[in-house]
Design a protein around this ligand. Structure first.
Ligand code: ZN
Ligand code: ZN
Length: 339
């Protein structure tokens, strides 16, 4: 099969011809039909997440089960249902998940999947069936960006109707957060990015305002001089986490959705922490249980109540994927489709 392979930190990405994966006990073979290029894949390429190489990239995907033809979304963090977190209603914190790469034959696969490939062998519990009417590229995005972004808004932060929110970083996850805020009935939805090119995308996703990152001080004026009720940091950098903190009102909630680097330290004043009475927390996989929440999102897409069309800005073939990594961040999501 063909797969997008990274052979080491800083090595050029290449589409390689490698042996088909062989499913082990309890595993099934899935023919990948669409796979998104997520920022976490880039964090595998540049070594921030310390994966092992050679590494097959990709973890946001949908496809068909070989043999049955069932349409499925792949879950990159399938919970064990037996550990402490799973038994206490927090399967997104399952102790068995979250490993950057796992070995498979002579290769390693990203987040247990390695889905920028024609075929993947995955545990049966990683399959989430979806209706055949759901287009594969949309289905793929449900598996990472959408579950993460919508979940951060609706499950982690529990945004209430009328509340104001700032979203920093308008990639697939940030734009999903904007879509989630709109469907949660948020009042002001202030989208922030370093790229002016994100303005149209932000409004298409439901933002009420767009502000360039170097002008974020103007946001106070948009939020009654107080700051926003919520801020969602979808970048994963200390600088943007600190900005999210400052843009939130006293008593507000800051939700870190971006996955940053181990040595990037966030600096907050001790007096400020006390005086601001803010809450700072992170959102892992949107505080979601994919087995429960993803089919509901698929149904919402199909009944027209959830419009994810602003998220997909390009659809490409696998051969173009190395170039797409080089230009990552210019649009919303680029999705690789497989014939
Ligand atoms: Zn992802
Ligand atoms: Zn578990």
């Amino acid at each position: 099969m063909k797969a997008l392979v990274c052979r080491g930190v800083g090595e050029p990405l290449r589409v390689e011809q490698i042996p088909d994966p062989v499913p082990g006990e309890g595993e099934v073979l899935v023919r990948v039909r669409a796979a998104g290029i997520c920022h976490s894949d880039l964090s595998m390429v540049n070594g921030i997440l310390f994966p092992l190489y050679p590494l097959i990239l990709g973890h946001e995907a949908a496809g068909e089960v070989v043999g049955t033809g069932e349409h499925v979304v792949l879950n990159w963090a399938p919970p064990c249902r037996a550990c402490w977190a799973c038994l206490h209603g927090e399967p997104w914190l399952c102790s068995t998940t979250g490993v950057a790469s796992t070995p498979r034959g002579d290769w390693h696969v990203t987040l247990g999947l390695g889905a920028l490939a024609e075929l993947v062998a995955v545990p049966r519990k990683a399959l989430i069936p979806v209706p055949e009417e759901l287009p594969f590229p949309t289905a793929a995005l449900l598996g990472c960006a959408v579950l993460t972004g919508l979940g951060a808004v609706q499950r982690t932060a529990e945004v209430a109707p009328g509340e104001s929110a700032v979203v920093i970083g308008l990639g697939g996850v940030g734009l999903s957060a904007v879509i989630g805020l709109k469907s949660a009935g948020a009042g002001s939805i202030i989208a922030v990015d370093v790229s002016e090119a994100k303005r149209e995308l932000a409004f298409a996703a439901g933002a009420t305002d767009f502000v360039m990152f170097d002008e974020v001080k103007s946001i106070r004026g948009l939020t009654g001089g107080r700051g926003a009720d919520h801020a969602f940091e979808c970048v994963g950098r200390s600088q943007t986490i600190q900005a999210a903190w400052k843009l939130t009102r006293r008593g507000g909630k800051v939700t870190v959705v971006g996955m940053g680097a181990k040595d990037d330290m966030v600096s907050l004043g001790a007096l400020d922490i006390f005086h601001s009475a803010r809450t700072l927390r992170s959102s892992v996989y949107g505080s979601s249980d994919p087995d429960r929440d993803l089919p509901a999102l698929a149904a919402a897409v199909l009944d027209g109540s959830l419009d994810l069309s602003p998220l997909i800005t390009a659809t490409i073939g696998l051969d173009q994927a190395p170039h797409a990594f080089a230009t990552l961040g210019s649009g919303a999501r680029t999705v690789v489709t497989f014939p």
